[in-house]
Design a protein around this ligand. Sequence first.
Ligand code: LMR
Length: 408
Amino acid sequence: AWANVPQAPPDKILGLNILYQLDTNPNKIDLGVGAYRTDKGEPWIMPSIRMAEEILAKTETDKEYAPILGSPSFIDEVQRLLFNHDTSGYQLLADGRVVTAQGISGTGSLRVLSEFLAKFNPVCNAILPNPTWANHIAILQESGIVTSKYRYYDYKTNGLDIDGLIEDLQSADPRTVALFHLCCHNPTGVDATLEQWDQIIRVISERKLIPLLDMAYQGFESGDPIRDLRVLSKFNDAVTRGMIPTYLLAQSFAKNMGLYGERVGTLSIVCADSKEAEKVRSQLARVVRPMYSSPPTHGSKLATIVLGNTKVYRQWLKDVKKMVTRLNTMRTLLYDKLTIEYSSPVQWDHLLSQKGMFAYTGLNAEQVTKLRERKSVYMTSDGRISLAGITSGNVDYLAKSIDEVTRD
Ligand code: LMR
C-alpha cells in the first residue's frame, strides 16, 4: 500500500545519534544534539529536579488531563518567571495582555504559534536568520508559512552581520513574521548586543513586522536565567511604549531544567488588551485540541514546583550556573588545546566569544565528514559542536583530531 512513499532523509540533528550508536570506536565523541552531559559524558538529572520529584511524589493527587492550554498554576509560575522581572512585563501581565499556554516543549510551542499565525496573520511569510535551527524552517513551512532568510552570520568576521540583518528586515513587507533567537543563537552562538537589539526593535516597529521570539536557552548566556531576560524586557518596553503592538514567544525548559523528554515549554502572545487576549486564548485552544488535546503534565508539575518553591528555585539557579560554568570551561579548554598545545594555524578566537551550548567552529562539511569517518567525532554538517559532549577526558583527542583535519 505504501510502495510510493519515498525514503525521507535522516534528521540533520537527531539522525546523527543513530550513526553514533552504531560506531564501535571506544574514542567516539558525540557533539551532535544540544543536550547537557556531565564531565563523565553522562546525562544529568539536576538536584533541583530531584527535589521537585520528591515533593511531587508526596503531594500529587491525580493524573488527570491538564486543561487544553495547560494547568493554571504552571502558567502563573511561568508568567512570573518571564514577565515579573521588569516593569513593562509586569504592566503587560497586570493589564491582562499576555496569553500564555503550555505547548509541547519548544518545538510544539512554536508549532502552535505557527498554526495560529497561518490562520490569523494575513501575511503568510516569515523571515529567519541565516543560519537558524533547521527545525524552525520545517515548523513554519508545515503550517503553510513561506520562509526566507535574513542575513545574520558573517562568515568573514565570524560575528553578526548587523548591517545585512537591518537591511533585510527593512525590505520585508509589513506583518511579515520575523523570527529571532532571544539568546544563545542556535547554531552560531552569536547574539546581537543590547544596542543592536534597540536597532532591530526600531526596524520591527518601522516595518510593522511581527516578532516571533524563540528562547530555548534561557540562562545559558550569563549563567543566570533572570539576567538572560534582558532582551525580552526590551520587547516588553517596546510594547508598553506603543512601538510594537505584539510579539509571540516560545520558550522551553528542556535545556535549563534538563527536562528534555518531559516536553515542557510555553508559548505566549502579547495582545492589545485583555479582551483581545481572551479571543486569542480561545483560538489557541482550537489549534491545540485537534492536534494533541492537552499538554503532558508530569514535567510541567515539576517545573511548577521548581519555580514556586523558594528552596527548589534557589537550587535550580545553582544548577543552571553549574552547567554553564562547565560548558564555558570546555569552550576555553578546547580553544587552549587547539591554539597553544597544537599550535593550530587556524584562527579560533570566535569560539571564545560565542555563547551557549554550542560552538560554531567554522569547520566545513568535508572536514566534518573526515572527523566522523576517521576519528569517530560526530557533529552536525554545518560544523556546530555541542560543548556538552566535551569532557576533560576527551578534549585532547578532540583538539588533536580537529587540528589534524584542518591541516589536511
Ligand atoms: C539542538 O539543536 O540540538 C536541539 O535543539 C535539539 C533538537 O531538537 O534539535
